[in-house]
Design a protein around this ligand. Structure first.
Ligand code: HH2
Length: 262
């Protein structure tokens, strides 16, 4: 059980748990360096919030936020991922030193995204989301949430490969909190191991999400315990990459879990 840690660097005014804290590029760069120091192998830099109800931002604004931060953070040991669904932002981020494109729309948000990632040889994270951030929490429904998410990810993997993205450059993510009730999120985490059948590395992001608050009523800035519990369980079920805000604490939890399991 040795998943990689992907540390979250949100260069946004409105992210659900840390909006505004790292909008200043210097603050974001310092934060990214601290996360790398704490054990993040990947830094996921994002300039647009995807929290439920978030309003989209323009490509120009997103570029302005993320490119200077990526340029500074790239080039050291840590790998940089850009959290975007816009091809123009992905290309500029790759030019600035990013290697991974983390697209929460799984290449559905921008018709240019798949081709640009293919020609650049980027690693791509394809995430499941039902609907779009503005409305995704309005009564989401599934047949069997795990089978539905799995079928979606299999289809997006096929589409990516058909567009020229090498299969071994695709990572998949069930999208905890993206068009899912608390019960849907729990079921996906409980049966996370079923997603292994997709045959690709699995990314999961439970960090500070509202399904944790749904269990104990905690606000977004007090969900570290729930983040750790859910991430360790996902890792035990085979998650390869954990996307978290709190890297040092997560790393300690994983080290202890791994020491116990041997
Ligand atoms: N969750 C968020 C954003 N990007 N990417 C992947 N692959 N998986 C996730 O679960 C995921 C993601 C939401 O978290 P955060 O970035 O902290 O919030 P916001 O979207 O409000 O900036």
């Amino acid at each position: 059980m040795t998943p990689k840690l992907m540390g979250v660097v949100n260069v946004t005014p409105d992210s659900f748990s840390d909006g505004g804290l790292f909008l200043d590029p210097e603050a974001a760069i310092t934060h990214g360096r601290e996360l790398a120091e704490a054990g993040a192998e990947i830094l996921d830099v994002g300039g647009e919030s995807t929290r439920p109800g978030a309003e989209p931002v323009s490509a120009a604004e997103e570029l302005r936020r993320v490119v200077p931060v990526i340029r500074e953070l790239a080039g050291s040991e840590v790998r940089i991922s850009v959290d975007t669904s816009k091809a123009a932002v992905a290309v500029a981020a790759l030019d600035a030193g990013a290697e991974i494109v983390n697209d929460v729309t799984a290449l559905r948000g921008d018709p240019e995204m798949a081709a640009r990632c293919a020609e650049r040889g980027a690693t791509v994270v394809l995430m499941h989301m039902l609907g779009e951030p503005r409305t995704m929490q309005d009564n989401p429904r599934y047949g069997d949430v795990v089978l539905d998410v799995k079928a979606f990810l299999a289809e997006r993997l096929e589409t990516a490969v058909a567009a020229g993205i090498a299969e071994d450059r695709v990572w998949l993510d069930p999208g905890i909190g993206f068009g899912k009730t608390g019960a849907h999120n729990m079921e996906l985490l409980r049966r996370f191991g079923e997603l292994r059948e997709l045959g690709r590395p699995l990314v999961v992001g439970t960090s500070r999400k509202s399904f944790i608050g749904g269990v104990d009523g905690s606000p977004a800035d007090q969900r570290l315990g729930g983040t750790i519990a859910s991430s360790v369980l996902a890792a035990a079920e085979g998650a390869d990459v954990l996307r978290v805000h709190d890297v040092a604490e997560m790393r300690q939890a994983l080290a202890v879990a791994a020491a116990i399991l041997g």
